[in-house]
Write a protein that binds this ligand. Sequence first.
Ligand code: DGJ
Length: 735
Amino acid sequence: MSVTYNEKARQFRLRANKTDYVIAVAPGGDYLAHVRFGSAVPDRDLTYLLRLDENPFTPETNDRDRAVYLDTLPFEYPCFGIGDYRESAFKISAPDGTSACDLRYKSHKIYKGKPALEGLPATFATEKSPCDTLEITLEDKPAGLEATLIYTAFEKLDVITRSVIVKNVGDKPCTLTRVYSACVDFDTADFDMLTLNGSWARERAAERCRLHHGKQSIDSIRGESSHQNNPFAALCEHKADEDSGEVFGFNFVYSGNFIAQAEVTQHKKTRFVMGINDTDFSWLLEPGESFTAPEVVMVHSTEGLGGMSRTFHDLYRENLIRGEYKDKRRPILINNWEATYFDFNTEKLISIAKEASKLGIEMLVMDDGWFGHRDSDNSSLGDWFVYEKKLPGGLKHLVDEVNKLGMKFGIWFEPEMISPDSELFRAHPDWAIQVKGRPMTLCREQYVLDYSRKEVRDHIYSMMRKILDGANIEYIKWDMNRQLTEVGSAALPPERQKELWHRYVLGVYELMERLTSDYPHILLENCSGGGARFDPGMLYYSPQIWCSDDTDAIERLKIQYGTSMCYPCSAMGAHVSDCPNHTVGRSTPFATRGHAAMVGTFGYELDVTRIPQEDRDAIPGQIAEFNKYNALVRTGDHYRIGNMFEDNTFDAWEFVAKDKSEALFEFVQVLGRPNERSRRIRLKGLDPEAYYFREDKPEEKLSGAALMNCGINIGGLWGDFRSLIIHFIRAEHTD
Ligand code: DGJ
C-alpha cells in the first residue's frame, strides 16, 4: 500500500515512488495540517516539522494565541475567516450572509485504486501504473458541511493527485464561494515559479521568476484554460535547472477558469493554491447535494525540470489519455485550413486528396466551412448540415471518393458555438449565453451556446450524429474559437447564475464523453483557436490537441518546448505548412518544417497541388522518417537540450527509448552565425556503460558516458533555420 496511517502520531503518509506526501491531524484542535512534500524518508513520525514548539499551540484552551496558531500552522485545506490570513482554499456564504468556516478532521479511509470524479476528467489507475487513495473527511458542524479531500499516490511515479468533494449534510442551503482543489504549505520561500504564458499563436512560453513577498498568480477568467496562461505552475528551488534540483509541478485537470497562486508569507514560507477561479463563481448546495472540485496533479522531481516533465508525460500517456489511439501511431493527415481557408469545394478537396494519397498521406481533414452557408467566419455555426453549394452530392460522396483513394476522412466541428446568422439562432436566440437586456459581445462574429442546458447539448449532438452516421468519418477536430462574455443563462435562477462558468465546462465534458463512447473508433483532436485549451482535462477526451495556429517551424520550437513542460509530445498536434508562413511570413527549409512537426502528431497543412515540386518530392521521405521514429517519439523519454528562451541561435532535443537501446537527437540551427558553426552538444539520458553508434556513421562508436559527458560535434550547417537528426543505436559489442 502506498498510503499508511500512523495512528499514534495521527499521521498519513502517501508514498509515490521516491516521493512522500505527509499529512497530520494536528494536536490542539483536529486541524488537518500539512507536514511535508518531498523526497521519501523512512521516519514514521514527523510531527516536529509542524514546529508546534515555535507556535503557541493550544488554540482550544488558550484563546489569546489561537489566531497566531491558525495563521502559522501549515494547513492542508485552509478555510476563510477563522484566523488564517494567508490565502484560503475554501470559502462559503452561509444563509445568514457570513463567510467564516472551519473544517476539522472527522474520519478517513484508505483503499486501493482511484475513484472517478463524477462528470469530470481525472487520472486513473492501470495495471501497469497502479495507485492507492486516501480520503480524509473534514466537517464544519455549524455550516452543516463536509469536505472530503481525496489524495492518490501513484506507485511507480512521483505523482500525488488531489481533489475535493463538498457535501451539504445539514438542513439549510449553503453557498460555496471558493472551492480550490489543492493547497500546499511549503516551509521555504526560496523558489522560482515557472509558468506557461502567451497569446494566440504564441502559446505556452516558459517564464521563470523568483518568488517574492505577497501573491504571484496566473489565471483564466475567460471560460477556457486560455492562450494567455496555461493551468500549470512549477515551484523550483533556485539552483534547479533542466537536469538537476528539486522541482514541484502542478497541473489542473480542468478546461475552464482557474487560478494557480504562490504566496510568500510573513515567515518566509510559501503557500501554493490551485483550483477553479473564484471570480464570479458560486455554487448553491441544497441539503444532500454535493460539489466536486476538479483534480490537481502534483509532481515532485529531484532531476530538475526535465525529470518533472518526463513524469508528467509518463502519467498522462498511461493514466490520463484513453481510447483506441492511446498507444497508437496517428494517421498522417492533410488538413485543408491553410490550403484553402473557406474557399473549397468537393473538387478541390479531391484534388488535394489525390495528390496527397500518391505521396503517402493517409487522411484528409476537411476544416471549417462545409456546413450551413458558411463562406467566411460570419455565419452558420450551429447549422451542422452540409453546404450543398460547396459539397454537391453531399458528404458521403466526398468521403467515398476520398476512401477510394485509400485515405481516411476527418471533419471539423465547433459544437459549442452559434452564429447570429444561423437557423439555430433564429429558432433559439435564448440558447446563446447572454445577460438579458444587455448587448451581446461578438467575438469572431459568434456567440457561445449555453452548454449548461441539456436540451442544447442534445440538439447539437443529434445534428453531429447525423453527419457522423451519414459517411465514413474517422477523425474529428473539435474547435472552440472564442472566450465567454456576459455570462448568463436563461435556464438558471438568479442564485445559480454564477454556476454557469463551471456548468458550461461540465456540459462540454459531458458531450465529449458521449461522443467518444458512441464513436470509439473516431480519433478526436481538440483545438481552441490553436492551443487555448491545451490542458489535461481535454487530454482525457482526446489523445491529441492542436498546439497552436502558428505553424512556423521556428515559432513552434518555442511553443513545443513550453508545451513539453507537462504535456507529452505524443499529444501535440503539429503540421508541416507552406512558406512564407501564414502567421509570421518566415520561410524555412521544408526539411526543418518536417523535423519540427515530427516532435508531435505530424501531418500537413498546405495545398499539396501547389507547393514547389521539390517540396512535394520530399514528402515520401519525410513520411518514411516520421514512421521510422514515431514509436520512439510517442513512447520514449523526452530530453530538452536547447532552450530558445535563453539562446535563440539553436534548439536541440532528444527522445531516448525506455530501455535506452536507441535515441533520436534533433538539432535546429536557428541563426547561422560567424565562427559559431561548430558546436559541441552533450546528449542526455543514455546508458553510460553502453556503447552507441550513429546510424549514418556506423563506424563511429562511442560510450553513453562519452556522448553525455563530452558530447557530439555539430557542424556543417550553413544558413538560418537548418536542421539535422541523428539516430543513435546501442551497439551489441564494444569493439
Ligand atoms: C482555429 C483553428 O485553430 C484552425 O486550425 C482552424 O480550424 C480555424 N479555427 C477554423 O476556423
